[in-house]
Design a protein around this ligand. Sequence first.
Ligand code: AR6
Length: 205
Amino acid sequence: LPTVPELYFSTFLTPVEKDTTSFLPSAKVNKAVGIIRADITKLKVDAIVNAANKSLLGGGGVDGAIHRAAGFGLLKECRTLGGCPTGGAKITDAYNLPCKKVIHTVGPVYDDDDSHESRGYLKSCYTESLKRAVENECRTIAFSCISTGIYGYPSGKAAHVACRTIRGFLEGPDGDKLDKVVVCLFEMKDVEAYKRALPKHFPPA
Ligand code: AR6
């Protein structure tokens, strides 16, 4: 597979705001992480991550775009999965998409009154998706910004949860089973959020 074009690696995002940096630099994890502003349905990675709903039968936003681009085969396979709980992730083939697999995760509808619970679910989406990737020998994975669209999760908060969870996974026992973890950004609010969050969680080594 060709590599993802125009990756913006975290190490290019400087300077780091020293007082807010609570993570140690690591050339190893930095090398594995990137952001890209793109339509996720165009990415030639091993797996893309869909921001689905509990039915796994399609919807609006990135979910709609992925189902449209993948074709009817994807919906047919999704119908066999029996849905998915919030925070879970299930994997399918990719049909007409240029990637090999689609990981469908169900983000939380953001609850301002219980942001702690929402955060736990969002963290679980990233961890479970990374686990599905590793189990299926996917070495390059591109996430959409789970829950930051229709489900209303504030972009800045979501970016921190995503970065922290990805870093934790890359530093864990299965971290070396992944070559590249990309966050695919679409709207400027998420681009701005990641420009702030990435250098904090992945400071230049
Ligand atoms: N490529 C990459 N990112 C995209 C694309 C695309 N083609 N289109 C939208 N985004 P959302 P959620 C971004 O609303 O908040 C669906 O109806 C978008 O800018 O798709 O998790 C599901 O079926 C945003 O940053 O997902 C669920 O019912 C991100 O994708 C519900 O929406 C996620 O926004 C899930 O809501």
